[in-house]
Design a protein around this ligand. Structure first.
Ligand SMILES: Cc1cc2nc3c(=O)[nH]c(=O)nc-3n(C[C@H](O)[C@H](O)[C@H](O)COP(=O)(O)O)c2cc1C
Length: 169
């Protein structure tokens, strides 16, 4: 299985998650930061994972554009969708629903949130203010859910095993 992980990240957490996911996936894995390139040839991949952090309820623009432009091709792949975010569970579920189209979520073998991080050193003044006031967080936090990343990888890897088991007709 050849897998593409297409993602974007503002402060590095989502990028870290893509590395943790890549380590857990079987077969060849390529990671592409959509901030660096928007030209991706999806025909080269059996599986595609799309990931983005959520800011003010929304995934990053380049990830949204990627899902819109490649909607039909993504539907044909073994597909995984994830976000990074720090809201409580019910809000996270809403964020997944609002940001990834229903057809893609339905087609995906894994849809989840990998948690998130707050690193004040990397935030601008406005971001620091928002996190302090709205999230009421004053110190760095790291809440990357490695167990969720493992389950997500297992779902994609399982599809690979199932395919191997299918007899040729
Ligand atoms: C200004 C700001 C706004 C945020 N808004 C949300 C939000 O609406 N929902 C959420 O779940 N997380 C929110 N977060 C948390 C980020 O999604 C989290 O820090 C994530 O790990 C960032 O990923 P990145 O380092 O890849 O950019 C916000 C963080 C900041 C700094």
């Amino acid at each position: 299985m050849k897998t593409l992980i297409a993602y974007s990240s503002k402060h590095g957490c989502t990028e870290t998650c893509t590395r943790l996911l890549a380590e857990r996936l079987v077969g060849e894995v390529e990671r592409v930061n959509l901030k660096d390139t928007s030209e991706v040839n999806l025909s080269a991949y059996d599986a595609v994972v799309v990931g983005s952090p959520v800011y003010a309820g929304r995934i990053l623009g380049e990830v949204r554009t990627f899902t819109e432009e490649h909607l039909d091709a993504l539907m044909e792949k073994k597909l995984g969708l994830f976000i990074c975010g720090m809201q409580e569970e019910h809000t996270i579920r809403e964020e997944l629903e609002l940001n990834y189209p229903a057809v893609l979520r339905k087609a995906a073998v894994a849809v989840d949130c990998f948690g998130g991080e707050y690193h004040f050193d990397s935030m601008n003044l406005m971001e620091k203010m928002i996190v302090r006031k709205l999230a009421k967080v004053k110190e760095d936090v790291s809440d990357i859910r490695e167990d969720t990343i493992q389950q997500f990888a297992d779902s994609l890897n399982k599809v690979e095993e199932d395919d191997k088991d299918t007899p040729l007709s």
